[in-house]
Design a protein around this ligand. Structure first.
Ligand code: COA
Length: 328
């Protein structure tokens, strides 16, 4: 039995916030944001929407592209669930008109989609599931400090989804995997005062807004993504020179360039959409894949390397042989 990809779906909210819009609200400029991050705009969730709406939009797009097959497993990667209890996935399943199937969230922040793909692939085998939706969805605009120019410049909202299918005729798509974490850096990318440590955080005077030590994680993220990519390539029996398309987590254009450089992969072979969507956290990789498909940059038979780094700290990479006829 092989596990393949049948379709890819994407959803972004309708409101576009440009760098110029941001510069009217906080002390920043289009020039600063473009030159430091490569970002020109990002999408922001509507006041009456939540992460469930984003996840539902991407899941529905993937299902419709594939002709609405029955689903028997749903996994949502998110760090911004609608509520801390319950998970987002059961509600997304309900919105899709499905009940009774396993549905749960995976929390690995920007590495969430890579973790969710690896978890889903394994569960499809052990639970004998034949059609699974893996969704990455985040609404980071909801947790950013209104005056924090270093995070508001970077993060945007959105969702992406893959429909995985398992059947005896499918070629195996996932060739190599690598996942890792280092909890000693848990406070470098964090949202204090939002969970069971709230009382402790509150006593320490921490605000309930997302906080990132950007400089401290910049070099770590490059090193971790390069090392993790090499581990996944080794697991797949491939080398970086075999990679036709690198799909890096869209954290910062300078990080994307440094990862490509560290792997000696020409940056022309990297999927880049950070200019348009910013850092969409768990949605970043599936949104970049969706854009690459639409641009004709991702074709059957190509070797694809996905790599991500994020809060936790966490990292993960996947090597795939891109299948035929992926609908989008
Ligand atoms: N507009 C204008 N100035 C800004 C700004 C903005 N949007 N954001 C930050 N600055 C200022 C800072 O306040 C600081 O000013 P100061 O020197 O007066 O204190 C100055 O720019 C330099 O800030 P610094 O954080 O050192 O900038 P940087 O070059 O490191 O860029 C990031 C900041 C966040 C873009 C960058 O560190 C980064 O991308 N880090 C990695 C993010 C990441 O990978 N996260 C993990 C995955 S999600």
């Amino acid at each position: 039995m092989g596990i393949s990809i049948r379709s890819v779906g994407a959803y972004v909210p309708s409101y576009v916030e440009t760098n110029h819009d941001l510069a009217r609200q906080i002390n920043t400029s289009d020039e600063w944001i473009r030159s430091r991050t490569g970002i020109a705009q990002r999408y922001i969730i509507a006041p009456d929407q939540s992460t469930t709406d984003l996840a539902y939009g991407a899941a529905r797009a993937a299902l419709e592209a594939a002709g609405r097959p029955d689903i028997d497993l749903l996994v949502v990667a998110t760090a911004t669930p609608d509520r801390s209890v319950p998970a987002t996935a059961p509600r997304v399943a309900d919105r899709l008109g499905i009940s009774g199937i396993p549905a749960f969230d995976v929390a690995a922040v920007c590495s969430g989609f890579v973790y969710a793909m690896a978890v889903t692939e394994a569960l499809m085998r052990t639970l004998a599931r034949s059609r699974a939706l893996v969704v990455g969805a985040d609404a980071f605009s909801r947790i950013l400090g209104p005056d924090d120019r270093s995070t508001r410049a970077i993060f945007g909202d959105g969702a992406g989804a893959f429909l995985l299918v398992a059947d005896p005729d499918s070629e195996e798509v996932l060739l190599g995997r690598d996942l890792g974490s280092d909890g000693s850096g848990h406070d470098l990318i964090t949202r204090p005062s939002s969970g069971s440590a709230s009382v402790i955080d509150h006593l320490a005077g921490l605000q309930p807004y997302f906080a990132m030590s950007g400089k401290a994680v910049f070099m770590q993220s490059v090193r971790a993504m390069v090392q993790s990519s090499e581990n996944a390539l080794k697991d797949a029996g491939r080398t970086a020179s075999d990679v036709d398309l690198l799909v890096p987590h869209q954290a910062n254009l300078r990080i994307i360039n440094a990862v490509a450089d560290g792997l000696s992969i020409p940056v022309a072979r990297a999927a880049v959409n950070i200019d348009r969507v910013g850092n969409t956290v768990a949605a970043s990789i599936p949104l970049a894949v969706h854009d690459a498909l639409r641009a004709g940059k991702l074709r059957a038979g190509q070797t694809v390397l996905m790599t991500a780094f994020g809060g936790g700290l966490t990292w993960g990479s996947l090597v795939l042989s891109w299948p035929d006829n992926v609908a989008h």
